[in-house]
Design a protein. Structure first.
Length: 304
């Protein structure tokens, strides 16, 4: 029904539906989180955490429902059939738009545990949703400038401690730790400024991934390397809400995590750190080639 409306009206209604859906599920989330805050016992957390994650999963399911009505998008999802819901995963993906998050949530919902992101500390102040991320134990990371780190090297420990505390909570309940290794959305301007050696990607940043592996790497079943391609161009969040037709291809493949990255000290062991960077760079070079192939295949099929 939404598809017959003019795009601006469709976008406004989609945003209203998203807001109402978010407020409804956040209300239930905050009630359970209040009990967890007032009764900070392991036994209480073990009972409440699965319920809290189930609320977030229901929120994603409702979002997927209105997406199907609002947007005539064409999806191709590969590599998700063998995933297990009751397991731990580290998920790594390229990043082009806010739409990426909805794509991953829609495609992986109920196939892997709830995706939990490393977030910039400033995002905790977003009304409602920032508090929801806090209730779901998303780790908030502070980004310090190089000059600040030179003046006070101890600032590096803040993010490591935040990641350690968050991952300790993740160990209680099956969780998928989501990481956008580029650290920001891809744009042509950023790509040019970085002089990145990749055609479709920015340079990967190893810090957040290394912290997650160092804190709970032995629990991860594997790393899921996800690649998202938009053959018709990357949609903005507003275009997505307005129901602009677009094609999305998501390809997921498991990658074995070397044991040394789960047991070593990324910060203190220089040799291990270099090895980690080589491993991630190799994955990123392969992802860049794969992304180029996916785009070429889809655009070629469209012209036939």
């Amino acid at each position: 029904m939404l598809r017959v409306l003019p795009p601006p009206l469709r976008g406004a209604l989609s945003f209203l539906v998203l807001t109402i859906n978010t407020l409804f599920w956040c209300f239930l989330l905050f009630i359970l989180s209040l009990f967890k805050l007032l009764l900070p016992l392991d036994a209480v957390r073990q009972r409440l955490d699965p319920l809290i994650n189930a609320i977030a999963t229901a929120w994603i399911s409702c979002n997927s429902a209105w997406m199907r009505h609002a947007s005539p998008s064409v999806w191709r999802v590969e590599g998700v059939d063998a995933l297990r819901y009751n397991d731990w995963y580290l998920v790594n993906c390229n990043h082009q738009s806010w739409v990426d998050i909805f794509v991953l949530q829609h495609a992986l919902n109920r196939r892997v545990p709830l995706l939990k992101f490393f977030l910039k500390h400033e995002l905790i102040y977003i009304p409602v949703i920032g508090l929801a991320w806090w209730a779901l134990d998303f780790p908030f990371m502070k980004r310090h400038s190089r000059s600040a780190l030179r003046k006070n090297p101890n600032l590096r420990n803040e993010d490591r401690e935040s990641a350690r505390r968050a991952c300790a909570k993740f160990a209680r309940v099956p969780t998928s730790v989501m990481n956008f290794a580029e650290g920001t959305r891809f744009t042509a301007e950023k790509h040019q400024a970085q002089e990145a050696p990749y055609q479709h990607l920015l340079k990967p940043k190893a810090g957040a991934m290394a912290m997650a592996l160092g804190a709970m790497g032995a629990q991860f079943h594997s790393m899921l390397d996800a690649t998202i391609a938009y053959p018709d161009g990357v949609p903005s969040f507003w275009e997505y809400l307005c129901g602009k037709p677009f094609r999305v291809v998501l390809r997921v493949r498991p990658v074995e995590i070397p044991l040394e990255f789960c047991t070593g000290d990324y910060e203190a062991d220089r040799a291990m750190r270099k090895s980690f960077h080589r491993w991630l760079d190799a994955i990123w070079a392969g992802k860049d080639q794969e992304l180029a192939q996916m785009l070429a295949q889809e655009r070629g099929a469209q012209t036939e």
